[in-house]
Structure formats: C-alpha cells, structure tokens
Design a protein around this ligand. Structure first.
Ligand code: 4AZ
Length: 418
C-alpha cells in the first residue's frame, strides 16, 4: 500500500511562527525603504518660482498684442511658452520643470517683452536661489537656439515667492486656481463650486437679496443682462457681492451706475446686456478677479465645452440657492437652435445657445446676467455668453440662450473702457 512520505516539521526553520515573523519583518523593511524613497523623491520637494522679462527682438509690437483675446496674442504667447518648455524638457532639469506661463505682452521700443513666470520643483535641500544659476544657464542656452524668435541675450531671471506668483496671476485676466498655482493638472469637479473657482462671478442683489448674476471684467465694471433691471432700475437699490456664498459673501460693494443697452428689446430679448459700475474699485485677490474678454473677431465653435455658473434655481419655479453652482454645457449652433423642434427662428444675431440637447444641465431663473465661459489653449478663461433667456430650464431641445459677448465687444469697450 502506498503511503505518502511524512512531511517532518521538526526543522526549527520551518516553524510556522518563525516563517510568519520573518516574512512580516522583511515586508516591513521593504515598505519602510519604499516609503523613504517616495518621501525623498516626491514629498521632500518644494515649488520654486522665477520671473523673467523675455524681450523678443524680431517681433514688432502692435495693438493686437495688448489683449489676451486676440489670435496674435495667443500664438505669440504659445510660441514663447513652448520654446521655454522644450528648452527645459531637453535639459537635466526636465523632471524639475513644471510650467511656464506668459502673463503679459508689452511694448518696449519697437519690440515685445513677455512677462514670464516659471515653476519648478526642487528638493528641500536646494533653495530657489541656489538653483537659479542652473535655470538661468538653460535659458541662456535656449537663447542661442531659439528658432525664429530672436531673444535679447541679456534676459535675466529673478526668484519670486508663491505669493508674488499669485499676485501676478490675479492681476491678469481669466486665471482659475490651477493656473494661479501654475499646477500641472486642471480640475473641475462636482456641481457645487469652491471658493475661488469662478473668481469673476458676481451676485447682483436688490435690497440684500440675490436677483441676478454678474461678471467682473475689471476692478470697477460688472457685465450682466439688461432684463435684470426691468423691475428695479435705481442703482441705489443694488449691491454686488463676491465669493461662492451669498449668505456670507467675501465682499459687498454698492452699485454706482447702471448702463442698459439702448436697443434692449424685452419682447425679443435682443441686446440683453448691461454694464454696472461699482461704487469703488475692488482689490483683486486669489478669489476675486476678472475674466478675459474675447476679441470681437473670435469665432464660437459649435459643440465646444463651456461652463455656466450661478445661484439660480435648480428647477424651474424653484428657489435660488446660496452656494454657487457650476454646470458643464456645450455650445449649440444657431442653425440647430433655430430648428422647428427647438426655438423655431427666435435665436437672433447677438444670441448664442448652449446646453445639452437632452436637457439635464442648463441655466435657470436667477442665473440671468451670469457668465458662460470657455478655457483657451493657454488655460485662460474667456467670457463667451451672458445668461439671458430660454424656455423653462433643462427641457430637451430647449437649451439656454445667452447674449453673445463677441457681438457686443465694441459696446462693452465704449461703455466701460475695458
Ligand atoms: C430666467 O427666467 C431664465 N434655461 C434664465 C435662463 C433660462 C431660463 C429662464 C435658460 O431668468
């Protein structure tokens, strides 16, 4: 009869407890080493910011370069940003470099100077000042090899703090939190907005109660819809608040003047735009600053993604809310929006449709006057629409209708100087 050989367990090395303790110890040590490695490679790092005035010798300054909404501004800024990005990606700082961003283009003599901020992550043991030499050397190398942009060879850099970077970016238009920190990733989550997510959003209030949305376009001017003033037209009744909560706003400012478009026509909703001047200029902060305005020639791309924000009701006929909400929608072509199953020709020039044809996400009562914004390729946010009207809210085939900002770009400049 066959018997399986007995497995002897009298060897002390195979004692299950010894095996258990040994394995446990080894796993523990490995985990500790991995943890330390991760700590030193990833967490023992800090962000360092630098600023540079990059003078482009062979580009002549012209008026188109004074506004970030023009094609010229966007193309030149992108070229400068990718030139710097490529220089660092090909250097030994490739794993340290995070991002370069052109904050402003300005005129110097006949040429253009780009205000550039750059972000790096260095080990805590290196301070920003000591790494400056390396960053400077790579930039210098780039200058000798900058393709068809001719850069002034005496371009220098200065070390700036996180706070300096934040201040620089909040003075420029259209920066959301990911750009203000020059972070590598972009995020928009949920439907409830966080403080600072939509820093240009204004609540326009009558005797302290939210009535309409508004959009901060400079430290003194807010855009909104003309129809907001149909029942209350006296500026003294109005205040503007800032911050995501209307219950405990970050800032409250009185309204000085209200300029309603001369050709606003309630029956057709044409020219539903107004400019509100604040009683005093607001100080831009991380959480309160202006959106960018598009150039009049900027085209709207059907089915591109946009965001609408406001304290409007969540259902038609419902109450307004106290926490700012955000919704992702798509632009819809006027042709499609004017189809007989939709608005049947009621979408006139100067109007813009946005929503989801299934309904689901839409602006609603109380969102009026608020922003519809889009992000450009450089992560700046532009105002494309002002919430104006629509058939109820979130009804399939009946998207939200907005005042098309590009059509009123000249009116805005004329009324506000912005
Ligand atoms: C309103 O009454 C309103 N669904 C605003 C926007 C829309 C509908 C109504 C768009 O203020």
């Amino acid at each position: 009869m066959y018997r399986p050989p007995r497995v002897t367990s009298n060897s002390r090395f195979l004692n299950p407890w010894v095996v258990f303790v040994t394995v446990f110890a080894v796993v523990g040590i490995v985990a500790m080493i991995v943890g330390l490695l991760i700590h030193f490679l990833a967490f023992d790092q800090k962000s360092c910011f630098y600023h540079s005035n990059v003078q482009i010798m062979n580009v002549e300054y012209n008026d188109q370069l004074s506004s970030p909404g023009t094609q010229e501004y966007r193309i030149l800024s992108e070229r400068i940003e990718s030139m710097i990005t490529n220089a660092f990606r090909q250097s030994n700082l490739r794993n340290r470099f995070i991002r370069a961003h052109v904050v402003r283009l300005r005129q110097e003599g006949n040429s253009v100077v780009a205000d550039v901020v750059m972000k790096f992550r260095f080990s805590r043991r290196n301070n920003g000042e000591s790494m400056k030499g390396m960053v400077q050397a790579i930039l210098q190398q780039m200058l000798n090899n900058s393709g068809n942009l001719e850069i002034n060879p005496s371009t220098g850099i200065t070390t700036i703090t996180d706070q300096d970077t934040e201040n620089i970016l909040t003075q420029a238009c259209g920066a959301r939190p990911d750009l203000i920190t020059l972070s590598a990733e972009r995020v928009i989550g949920g439907t409830q907005a966080e403080e600072g997510d939509w820093p240009w959003q204004v609540s326009l209030q009558v005797n302290g109660a939210h009535h309409c949305g508004g959009i901060l376009i400079s430290n003194l001017w807010v855009l909104t819809a003309a129809h907001c003033f149909r029942s209350y037209s006296n500026p003294q009744q109005w205040t503007a608040t800032f911050g995501v909560s209307t219950r405990s706003p970050r800032l409250r400012v009185r309204v000085r003047t209200i300029s309603i478009h001369n050709n606003y026509t309630p029956a057709t909703h044409e020219n539903d735009i107004a400019a509100v001047q604040l009683e005093r200029a607001v100080t831009f902060t991380r959480d309160i600053h202006r959106v960018c305005l598009p150039a009049a020639t900027q085209s709207v791309t059907p089915s591109s993604t946009a965001y609408v924000t406001g304290w409007g009701s969540l259902t038609y006929g419902g109450n307004t809310v106290t926490q700012l909400q955000q919704g992702q929608v798509r632009l819809i072509s006027t042709n499609e929006c004017n189809a007989s199953a939709s608005y049947n020709g009621a979408i006139l020039p100067g109007m813009l449709c946005a929503g989801l044809l299934t309904g689901a996400v839409d602006a609603c009562q109380g969102d009026s006057g608020g922003p519809l914004v889009q992000e450009d390729s450089r992560r700046l946010w532009f105002l494309v629409g002002i919430v104006s009207w629509g058939y109820q809210c979130g009804v399939p085939n009946m998207p939200g209708v907005y005042t098309q900002v590009t059509a009123y770009r000249d009116w805005i400049r004329q009324e506000t100087g912005v």
